[in-house]
Ligand binder design. Sequence first.
Ligand SMILES: [Zn+2]
Length: 371
Amino acid sequence: MGSSFKIGRAFGIDVKVHWTFFLLLLVFGYFAYQRSGSLASALVTVGLIVALFVFVLLHEFGHSLVAQRLGIEIPDITLLPLGGLARMKTLPEKPADEVKIAIAGPLVNVALAVIFFVLAYLFGAGLPNYRGVPSGPISVGEILAYFALTNVVLAVFNMIPAFPMDGGRVLRGLLATRMGTVRATDVSAAVGQAFAFLFVVFGITSGQFLLVLIAIFIFFGAGGEAQMMRQRETMRGLSVSDVMGTRRRTETVTPWHTFGQVLDSVIHGYQEDFPVVDENGKLVGMITRNEILAAAHSPDRFSTVRDLMKTDFPTISPGADLFKDGQRLLQESGLRAIPVVDENGELAGMLTIEDIGQASLLRDFRQQSGF
Ligand SMILES: [Zn+2]
């Protein structure tokens, strides 16, 4: 976030404030001074807004600490006039994790509300009526009651089921366990935009223009979130079977082929590494270009595949994640190709370095064009 000042650091997270936040304090302080003509009441107003943002900050720490426990790195939290933003290095993979992270923020406000209501009660204050930010002179009990109410509002407001509100994320997380992330995002983005529309109508008819502003913020937040999610899913969704050479396009050899026959295939075909399959279609070995070329110049050229093939090599399932599993396995094994084997132990195809290369070219292209 550009033009933000670092004001502190806690739990390994930088706390930053966007410059427009100071503008917000100035504007509210100015109007409070205009209305009351007293510097003290202007300072009370500014103090209460600062307190509001302390609660927002604690709310963001609620998200952040749960995210950290789930293995997600949080470099910083930025306070903006419209709320806080905890930046995550990576997004939660599991829908259940997203729900936990999203709900942790509002839960902090629920806890704070309870504490402040009890304190306000002890200081003899009743429930305040919420008519905007109060300006001085006010009692300690009134301040505590105001803090309690502020936290109730923060919890309720954030649980509105609309992106980028926490409620929207909770809704998506819950839906995603049933219908998959992409569809869950589309559904909850639609719900969010419907809420935004209601806010605009209500805001205009009641003259609450702040609500209209928030609605616009939600409307674009919902659309942006849905698009980002779709992009992430198209790439993450790639599995080995999406790019592998299928069984029909994979030339195989049997253990009883002679070496000369394999050499012939290497010279006359496009394939360099061959799965070795027995009469039942079961994968029993693998013979790679390196072994074939080495044998070509040795007395081994008269032996059978069974004598030359590798029997110790990794295999991968068709449903495995292409980049997370496929690419890693290829890199770790140092092989140029690995056989893809289905749950029955039968050969489903071959995954090669070239397959990965083409898929990552496509990925980079899509990311650059902001698809
Ligand atoms: Zn939140």
